[in-house]
Design a protein around this ligand. Structure first.
Ligand SMILES: O=P(O)(O)OC[C@H]1O[C@H](OP(=O)(O)OP(=O)(O)O)[C@H](O)[C@@H]1O
Ligand SMILES: NC(=O)CC[C@H](N)C(=O)O
Ligand SMILES: [Mg+2]
Length: 490
């Protein structure tokens, strides 16, 4: 995976968040700012907003969290009723302002701004071809490549045709919000790997990575943007047009959105994330329930799994208490970059502290969504033993993560993944638990009302929906990418 990080963060890390907004006569900057706040969990390296006032673009992009990246006067300077925004977690390119988004490109027939969630697998190839044609790049990331390719195509054709031509060239995962002059568009890759949804406000329309951002603006979720679909918002906020540019037989939706990344209050591809996690928890009990006195979530993302698991156990008549026994320090972020394993281990203690009275002398089952390097579970098992637990069982609401993600999640390298070369029994031994079980892939597919064929399972099978150097693919390598564009039915 091409990325410029010197150190890798703890756990599976977040992915970017994108937003696009078109309003009738209200400045777009502030609602974009609020929706980026709602998507902050998807990226904390940089934040940016680009607006258009009908005459020119205005842009403000900075490193850091949304609350730190914009001052009041920055927001006031972002004029115009249409705009796009971005929060970044880097997966390709440098971790500095050169790769912060939205990317802007000015060209002969207008201006472009582009926000990207995902990861291209052929960015270098396209960059080389465009560079030969005279394109000068200001970053080493994959997103700028999309912006340049689109700008070039716009010189030769109308907007929809240009987007379609770019889609025919870029391979990998992408959910994009784009602004061409004052027109905002949303585009989801043909596999639907990353989420993107459409919402309606009283005075306009919004595109966002997750529906929680639409809720934050007091809007209503209209629907998910379909894989391979382009949604074009009217610049006066009155409606939208839809073009199904690419239609493929199977999707490759990332199951990890529901397992870990997305907010539980977001609805993605028809499934409420909270509900999916509770169902996964129930299935975990059905597949590998274990007798214990108390079931405890590993906060934060283990919570809904644990409540589903405990409820299913109680439904089966198990005499088990559901209790919060691990308190999270709310000032420790979801992910924090620690250069050494020693610091990562200390960070877990800073983040989670056990409540002794719910643990002492009891057998405890802790429920988490995933194990990546194993740092969290290893530490927690030893914390719980120190706090007097008689037995510590670990149940995980996802299959073992055995391979890296090339689709927009900076998970870890293969060598760092605890499950890449160990059996479940070896992992149990390594983390020091009395028992350990993961969830099956089939249970995940069922909980997401999907099938294996329609999910990206690269990190749990080592087979990817794209042809990636030195990796196996679970799809035919030669696939027809672009078909006739048909206007969608709404
Ligand atoms: O095996 P590891 O490398 O320790 O990674 C796995 C842990 O990382 C994630 O939590 P994270 O702390 O990122 O966020 P959360 O508080 O939202 O659960 C995940 O929920 C696991 O708890
Ligand atoms: N996390 C993401 O979706 C990253 C988007 C893009 N590949 C970047 O690194 O900036
Ligand atoms: Mg966690």
């Amino acid at each position: 995976m091409a990325h410029g990080r010197d150190t890798l963060p703890e756990g599976p890390t977040e992915k970017c968040g994108v937003v696009g907004l078109s309003l009738s006569d209200r400045a777009a900057a502030r609602p974009i700012y609020y929706s980026l706040y709602a998507l902050q969990h998807r990226g904390q390296e940089s934040a940016g907003i680009v607006t258009h006032d009908g005459f020119q673009q205005h842009s403000h992009v900075d490193m850091g969290l949304v609350g730190d990246a914009f001052s009041e006067s920055d927001l006031e300077g972002l004029n115009g009723t249409t705009g796009i925004g971005h929060v970044r977690y880097p997966t390709a390119g440098s971790v500095d302002k050169s790769c912060a988004q939205p990317f802007t490109v000015s060209f002969k027939s207008g201006s472009l701004a582009l926000s990207h969630n995902g990861n291209l697998v052929n960015a270098d190839e396209i960059r080389d071809t465009l560079a030969e044609k005279g394109h000068a790049f200001t970053s080493d990331g994959d997103t700028e490549v999309i912006a340049h390719d689109l700008a070039r195509n716009l010189l030769e054709g109308d907007l929809v045709r240009a987007v379609k031509a770019t889609m025919g060239r870029i391979h990998g995962s992408y959910s994009l919000t784009i602004m061409h002059d004052d027109t905002v568009l949303g585009l989801r890759d043909p596999e639907g790997n990353r989420p993107l949804c459409l919402g309606k406000l009283e005075d306009g329309y919004v595109l966002a990575s997750e529906s929680a951002a639409i809720d934050t603006l007091g809007g209503e979720l209209v629907r998910d943007v379909r894989p391979g679909e382009l949604v074009l918002l009217d610049s006066d906020g009155s409606g939208y047009d839809s073009f199904q540019l690419v239609q493929q037989e199977n999707t490759a939706r990332c199951f990890f959105e529901h397992v870990y990344f997305a907010r539980p209050d977001s609805r993605i591809d028809g499934t409420l994330v909270y509900q999916a996690r509770r169902t996964l928890g129930r299935k975990l009990w059905e597949e590998s329930g274990v007798d214990s006195d108390v079931v405890m979530p590993v906060p934060d993302s283990g919570r809904a799994f644990a409540s589903g698991y405990a409820e299913a156990a109680q439904d089966d008549g198990a005499d088990v208490e559901f209790a919060e026994g691990l308190m999270k320090n709310r000032y420790v972020g979801r992910t924090f970059i620690m250069p050494t394993q020693d610091e990562r281990e200390r960070a877990v203690r800073l983040k989670l502290n056990p409540i002794r009275s719910t643990i002492e002398g009891r057998s405890v089952t802790i429920i988490d969504d995933s194990i990546v390097r194993g740092t969290t579970s290893r530490q927690l098992v030893s914390l719980l033993r120190d706090a007097g637990a008689d037995e510590v069982h670990v149940r995980i609401g996802a299959p073992p993560i055995i391979a890296p993600c090339y689709m927009g999640i900076d998970m870890a390298t293969r060598e760092e993944l605890i499950a890449s070369n160990r059996s479940v029994e070896d992992i149990r031994d390594e983390i020091g638990a009395d028992s350990l079980s993961y969830l099956s892939i089939d249970a995940v597919a069922e909980a997401l009302s999907s099938t294996r064929a329609d999910l990206c399972l690269g990190c749990v099978t080592g087979q990817y929906p794209y042809d990636i150097d030195d990796e196996e693919t679970d799809r035919p390598v030669e696939r027809p990418l672009v078909t006739d564009s048909a206007p969608a039915d709404d």
